[in-house]
Design a protein around this ligand. Structure first.
Ligand SMILES: Cc1cc2nc3c(=O)[nH]c(=O)nc-3n(C[C@H](O)[C@H](O)[C@H](O)COP(=O)(O)OP(=O)(O)OC[C@H]3O[C@@H](n4cnc5c(N)ncnc54)[C@H](O)[C@@H]3O)c2cc1C
Length: 364
């Protein structure tokens, strides 16, 4: 059973409650690469200083953080391929080795009651959380089958990586002997984290400034139909329903449905980003923002704006037998199914015109 992490408990409130109920002589925390949380982190440090409890924040969320991977001129990378090349060059065994733990210090502690999850502000949800596992067969064949949503041939470890219930070092060590394509996905994760760290403005703004000149249509009814999976484009609808029902959506379908919102419906990527943030159990600000900006064309190293995914062609390629669609949209093919919200060719031309105007009308 998964507990809701979206309650109003901020890290500093959580720490205060936690420390009050237990005795600490020192405190270790995992450092995260999110400048948006700096205020929270400062509050926690001040709190520990006042209590005279030594506080140590260590890297554990990623292999390389803050300024570990920079270009030779000391500036951050904004393109994935050279970033990943440098990331791999810098990698040493020590970066992904298991830490040797000395549990003996825990044995000397007096018994203390650990506060329950509800006491520290978490709420129960009805989502099922599977124990994270590194599956040799699945990861070994990841590159062959990852794009077919009906096969679900990806690890679904996003939520475990998000909350640290699996170690990134263990994943990287596994990927190194198992599958380079999967290692690249783990590097994408760190790529977007360092983008967010070095360019915190991406939280609200397009990475490429001129994309903020796009004259979005932002039709609220159409947005609602997209959220509910009633656009009449079955691959988009299947994805949105999978998301609404499970808190997860397959990566290929995330790409299609995000592109559809920005390009076909001309709705601001920030609306879609916020909806995904509310629904995804693996929600991560850096990954969500980076991928939304990638889909809208506004991000670093993004797909060019004139590449508009055709949902029908994507379906023919990745869900030919319509297995994924039929699973999530049972009424597909019947008269009860939604009519198309917009015609593809018309939407594509409209998007190209609006994007072109924004991108060419301004100097970056
Ligand atoms: C519009 C959109 C929004 C997204 N939002 C998120 C998000 O909020 N959180 C999130 O973790 N991923 C996000 N992704 C990336 C990707 O879709 C998910 O990481 C992946 O689908 C999770 O499934 P999995 O755990 O089976 O991944 P696998 O394919 O098994 O990959 C393993 C891990 O690598 C990382 N990873 C894989 N692909 C990416 C990527 N493109 N960018 C960054 N990290 C990646 C994730 O931590 C993932 O769990 C988004 C993608 C798109 C197109």
């Amino acid at each position: 059973m998964l507990h809701s992490m979206f309650s109003m408990v901020t890290p500093s409130i959580f720490l205060k409650g936690f420390v009050k109920s237990m005795k600490f002589s020192l405190f270790f925390a995992i450092r995260i690469m999110n400048r948006a949380l700096l205020k929270e982190i400062r509050k926690s440090i001040i709190f520990f200083l006042k209590q005279k409890i030594p506080f140590y924040a260590h890297k554990d969320q990623v292999i390389f953080d803050t300024n570990d991977v920079l270009k030779n001129d000391g500036t951050p990378y904004t393109v994935f391929t050279p970033y990943s090349k440098k990331w791999k060059e810098l990698l040493r065994e020590a970066d992904y080795m298991r830490y040797l733990l000395d549990y003996s210090c825990f044995l000397n502690q007096d018994f203390v009651e650990i506060p329950s999850l509800s006491e520290i502000g978490f709420k129960k949800t009805d989502l099922i959380y599977l124990k994270p596992q590194l599956d040799e067969e699945l990861i070994g064949q990841y590159d062959k089958f990852r794009d077919y949503p009906a096969l679900q041939w990806t690890t679904q470890l996003g939520v475990a990586l998000r909350f640290g219930t699996i170690s990134i070092r263990e994943c990287v060590a596994f990927a190194l002997h198992s599958n380079g394509a999967w290692l690249d996905e783990l590097i994408w994760r760190e790529f977007f984290m360092q983008i967010l760290y070095h360019f915190p403005r991406v939280v609200n703004q397009s990475f490429k400034a001129k994309y903020d000149n796009i004259n979005w249509r932002n039709d609220e009814d159409e947005f609602q139909r997209w959220c509910e999976g009633k656009t009449g484009y079955p691959i988009v609808d299947a994805g949105m329903r999978q998301l609404n029902e499970t808190g997860y959506m397959h990566n290929r379908v995330r790409m299609i449905s995000a592109s559809f919102l920005c390009k076909h419906l001309l709705i601001d990527w920030r609306w879609g980003e916020a909806y995904f943030a509310e629904k995804l159990t693996d929600y991560d600000l850096a990954a969500n923002n980076g991928n939304w900006q990638w889909a809208s064309g506004s991000g670093c190293d993004a797909a060019p704006y004139f590449r508009v995914f055709n949902p029908t062609v994507q379906t023919e390629k990745f869900d030919k037998e319509l297995l994924y669609i039929k699973k999530w949209v049972p009424e597909f093919g019947s008269v009860g199914y939604a009519t198309r919200i917009v015609e593809h060719r018309f939407a594509r031309e409209r998007a190209l015109k609006i994007y072109q105007k924004a991108v060419r009308g301004n100097i970056e």
